[in-house]
Ligand binder design. Sequence first.
Ligand code: HEC
Ligand code: HEC
Ligand code: HEC
Ligand code: HEC
Ligand code: HEC
Length: 226
Amino acid sequence: MQIFPRTLNLLPLVAALALAVGGGVVTFVVAYYFSPWNTQVGYAPTQPVPFSHRLHAGQLGMDCRYCHANVERSYEAMVPPTQTCMGCHAALHTDPSDPDQATRAALQPLFDSWAHDEPVQWVRVHNIPDHAYFEHSVHLSAGVGCVSCHGRIDQMEVVRQDQPLSMAWCLDCHRNPEPNLRPVSEVTNMGWERPEDTDPAEYAETLVENGQRYVIPPENCGGCHR
Ligand code: HEC
Ligand code: HEC
Ligand code: HEC
Ligand code: HEC
Ligand code: HEC
């Protein structure tokens, strides 16, 4: 004897469909409602030392890794200790009667930090909440350049947040990473551009042919909320 009508056999299918649609809606609501596009873009706090990326990374042409040395190996990029700066500044404008008093004054807090063995209290610019997991090294070894997430740091007198760092922003690239991929050797090259008239997807394929890893960034919740 049949207790339930035959149409109920469709129930698992209907339930699965409802879940899929519902899941999609949840993703949409969370990503686009809770995580607005423009959070914090433009945030540029004043720093205790008027350090200029435009001068050091731009005009002097220093590679990012000279100061952010662990960025390729670690989840954090880290701001350098005073010692890194003193490699040069121990021999620049240190004399109190230096003719360029303006530059000397700009450097004074750095000299104080060195003399008193106290780290400079840099103000943090970029921050994502602890419940989201972010790691630098995996992005750099996939061929995503600093400029994709931080903008033209080499042209900034004061570091300013260039991208929203929201969940929608992360997912936007994770769903379509190709336009942001470049040779791993160029990740710190701020001016690098994909050769003209190349399709991002085709270019990404040539990167893989040249030995770069094929990338599949996580889109599932557990990928970033661990
Ligand atoms: C001479 C050392 C030096 C070099 C070279 C350098 N940086 Fe920095 N960077 C610093 C210091 C010091 C800070 C902290 C002060 C500030 O925010 O300006 C910093 C801060 C940053 C921040 C903001 C960190 C935060 O608090 O969120 C980013 C992003 C950054 N650097 C990226 C880069 C990139 C990209 C390059 C290469 C184009 C680069 N840096 C080259 C020393 C350096
Ligand atoms: C590779 C050498 C080198 C390193 C390393 C370096 N600097 Fe400089 N820095 C320079 C030079 C060169 C100047 C220009 C000096 C001048 O104008 O006479 C300069 C200028 C400055 C000035 C003065 C800017 C102004 O307003 O005139 C500050 C402040 C400064 N650096 C901070 C830092 C800090 C902080 C670090 C470490 C995170 C650092 N520098 C690391 C070479 C370096
Ligand atoms: C895929 C995007 C992305 C790329 C590529 C990227 N960053 Fe970041 N960066 C971030 C995010 C997001 C944060 C904030 C991390 C947090 O709050 O935990 C950050 C933070 C930083 C900080 C602050 C200190 C820290 O480690 O949290 C520095 C310095 C920095 N980045 C430098 C760099 C440099 C230099 C490069 C290139 C060599 C680079 N970043 C490439 C997204 C990126
Ligand atoms: C510009 C593109 C881009 C942006 C923006 C970006 N990612 Fe990624 N992400 C990638 C690529 C490419 C990979 C590498 C995937 C692979 O290796 O298969 C990746 C990988 C990851 C991974 C996997 C790490 C692992 O251990 O496998 C995590 C977690 C991650 N991203 C988190 C984030 C978060 C959080 C944000 C936003 C704050 C973010 N990403 C922004 C491109 C991006
Ligand atoms: C690519 C990385 C990534 C993936 C995948 C991801 N998230 Fe997020 N999520 C983030 C980041 C980064 C933030 C913090 C955004 C901010 O501070 O604006 C966040 C924030 C959130 C928040 C808090 C919203 C708030 O207002 O702070 C919730 C809830 C959330 N995510 C749920 C989810 C769910 C559910 C999924 C799966 C459908 C998911 N996330 C997938 C990166 C991710």
